[in-house]
Design a protein around this ligand. Sequence first.
Ligand code: C5P
Length: 198
Amino acid sequence: MIFTVAIDGPAAAGKGTIARAVASRFGFAHLDTGLLYRAVGAKGGDPVQAAQSLTEADLARDDLRTLAAGQAASKVAAIPEVRAALADFQRRFARREGGAVLDGRDICTVICPEAEVKLYVTASAETRAHRRWLEVGGDEAQVLAEVRERDARDMARRDAPLRAAEDALVLDTTALSVEAAVARALAVVEARLGRPGG
Ligand code: C5P
């Protein structure tokens, strides 16, 4: 069975949590595509070469989740040749046998416009910054500034800017608990798939 769940949205909106829950419920493979850009940013040197030669070991680094790695990722993500180098891998992953969930910024719009389920997961910048701050600590105002800076860069870039695909279901998690947001996403996938998970 080929079945793709594509999830886009800004930083810290809850995409990853929802993607992992969908993958686990329906037995799909999950790809956090942000990790690809984070790994390219962290590698240093020429970002295009880094993207073209990315390996499993690059993705296994333990310093990819930091705020600095997120900023570096969003800088290299604006380079069209970097995006092109990562596109094939993501498309193959999406159409693998057994079902796949991919979360990122351009999955519904560019990588998998043919996905069976398309979600745009979002929340207010303040809510997202607060959630990220609970994870990483530090100064919450600084975290909010970084979230805003990254949003602005991701939405303004020429190549594959972050936006909701016209046919994506928008899931605003600002006033939703994690459980409620996950439940909605699971219900959408279940309806399209025609069977419950588990
Ligand atoms: O989702 P995450 O915060 O890990 O993404 C890090 C950065 O990678 C984003 O801010 C964005 O610039 C870039 N990205 C992207 N396209 C994707 C996934 C991530 O441009 N599909």
